[in-house]
Design a protein around this ligand. Structure first.
Ligand code: SF4
Length: 500
């Protein structure tokens, strides 16, 4: 596939051409009419999937955009036409990786240079962040081809096109434009038809749905603010969304004001935390996942027997801290098979083990094997502590990874179960990345990869997966393949303090 690039002015075309070795760069002058006629002749030669781009200088509408900043169009508007550019987040990620200051938003195509500040302010009211004179006209007949618009800012509301600083800012903007062209080539190299293999189950588990529902119900019943100790679930999108609706996330009980409502997160808390909240007289609502509560109950049972409890988990994780708090003098943490050899216990015949619910299934079973070898009378939980959601998501991502060139896992960096999915997928197919959303995808992940596996951790909203699919579809035709290894039907009721 050949990248077709429209750089309206000769100076723009000459600046970007060295960075676009696999592109056809055309320029036929400024303005929508010239852009439209250039497009009309190009589309006759272009293939239906050839990527298309407009690159050049542009004017800022949004205050705060500075000369040399790069605008990537989320859509271009002209007349009553709007052309969406769904791959904008990925191109922007590549530009940022190269060190540029990047803004994503609508670009408005106008018929003439806008010189008056008032006129710019009026155009900014439309929500567009930058203006040019060609993009909408050039992309008018683009069809389903992958498309991108990159504009390097040279003027803005407080900097007219011709001013004493024009020469200096012009040189700077030209250097940025040259570098932006290399990112555009990388973007184009990612354009291709591909298959998207979706792992099922993926995204929210029953425990996460319950925890979010608890905060929503508390906000409805008690009104904002509702305080939540720690992130309710480990996902930045969920946290931001609840913050916007009135949740206030705090690290410790002491940060919740007297008389406030405090929610404990899905990961569970140590008894000492409960005691502190009770002593303060706070209205507590416990959103601990029932499957985490089960592990706490086992910890109490084993501790009552006088056992040393080997907790298999990750140091510093909130769930591990909460479980350890049930019997701090008897719990020892083990993170790997090597850690088993280093254990020093008072009575090898009184040892039991528990697990963090979100561990890698294979690795933790290896650790249990090593424990059994060292402590033949080892006691374990009545049923596996690794929860159904973790187990199912790992099985699904394994199947998908085996048939994919690369796997993307939607989830936040502090999500244990999401990180385990990435590790597992990486072992199976050689390359996997954790992404919070489509803005974390680099075009280099996609170049040469025709099959992309996609999953999401138990704390990642399903809508994010759809956003990633829509973004990938912007790089060329996609075939969407669902790989459902099991259908989940687990549901947990809400705590008595709240109702749906
Ligand atoms: S991952 Fe498992 S233990 Fe954690 S909240 Fe979900 S169902 Fe509960």
């Amino acid at each position: 596939m050949t990248l077709l690039v429209y750089a309206p002015l000769w100076i723009e075309a000459r600046t970007v051409a060295p960075g676009l070795p696999r592109a056809r760069v055309v320029h036929s002058g400024m303005g929508p009419l010239r852009a439209h006629s250039a497009a009309a002749s190009l589309w006759q030669e272009a293939g239906p999937d050839d990527p298309v781009a407009v690159i050049g200088f542009g004017g800022a509408l949004r205050p705060g955009l500075r000369p040399g900043d790069v605008v990537v169009a989320s859509e271009v508007r002209g007349g009553d036409r709007v052309v969406a550019c769904p791959t904008a987040p990925v191109l922007a990620a590549e530009l940022r990786r190269l060190g540029m200051t990047v803004h994503i938003g609508p670009v408005l195509t106008v018929d003439a240079v806008v010189r008056r500040k008032d006129d710019r302010a009026a155009l900014a009211e439309t929500g567009a962040i930058a203006i040019d004179m060609e993009s909408a006209a050039f992309l008018d007949l683009v069809g389903d081809r992958p498309r991108a618009v990159v504009r390097v800012i040279v003027d803005g509301p407080d900097r007219p096109l011709v001013s004493p600083a024009t020469v200096r800012t012009g040189f700077h903007a030209r250097r940025v434009l040259a570098r932006a062209a290399t990112a555009l080539q990388t973007w184009a190299d990612a354009c291709a038809p591909r298959s998207i293999r979706l792992a099922g189950p993926r995204s929210f588990c029953a425990g996460v749905e319950r925890a979010i529902a608890v905060v929503e119900a508390a906000l409805k019943q008690y009104g904002a603010p509702v305080y939540v100790r720690k992130q309710i679930v480990h996902n930045i999108h969920v946290v931001r969304d609840l913050e916007e609706r009135g949740a206030v996330f705090v690290d410790e009980v002491s940060e919740a004001p007297d008389g406030s409502t405090l929610v404990f997160s899905a990961h569970g808390v140590a008894p000492q935390v409960r005691d502190e909240a009770a002593a303060r007289g706070l209205d507590v609502i416990d959103a601990t996942c029932p499957l985490v509560s089960k592990v706490h109950a086992e910890a109490r049972r084993f501790a009552a027997r006088g056992d040393t409890i080997v907790l298999i988990g990750h140091r510093g994780h909130e769930e591990v801290e909460g479980t350890t708090g049930e019997a701090p003098d008897q719990v020892v943490l083990v993170e790997s098979v090597d850690g088993v050899a280093a254990l020093d216990v008072p009575d090898p015949d009184r040892v039991s083990y528990l697990m963090q619910t979100t561990l890698a299934v294979d690795e933790s079973h290896d650790i249990v094997g090593a424990l059994r070898e060292r402590f033949p009378n080892l006691h374990g939980p009545s049923s596996d502590d690794i929860c159904y959601a973790t187990t199912n998501r790992q099985a699904a991502v394994r199947e998908v990874a085996r048939a994919s060139d690369i796997v993307l896992v939607v989830g936040s960096g502090n999500s244990s179960n999401s990180r385990r999915l990435v590790e597992l997928a990486s072992r199976e197919c050689g390359e996997a990345y954790l992404i919070d959303d489509e803005h974390d995808i680099l075009p280099g992940y996609l170049a040469g990869r025709r099959t992309v596996g996609l999953s999401a951790g138990a704390s990642a909203p399903p809508a994010l997966v759809e956003r990633v699919v829509d973004t990938l579809a912007g790089f060329g035709p996609i075939e969407r393949l669902e790989h459902n290894v099991v259908t989940e039907s687990v549901e947990f009721s809400l705590p008595k303090e709240v109702s749906r």
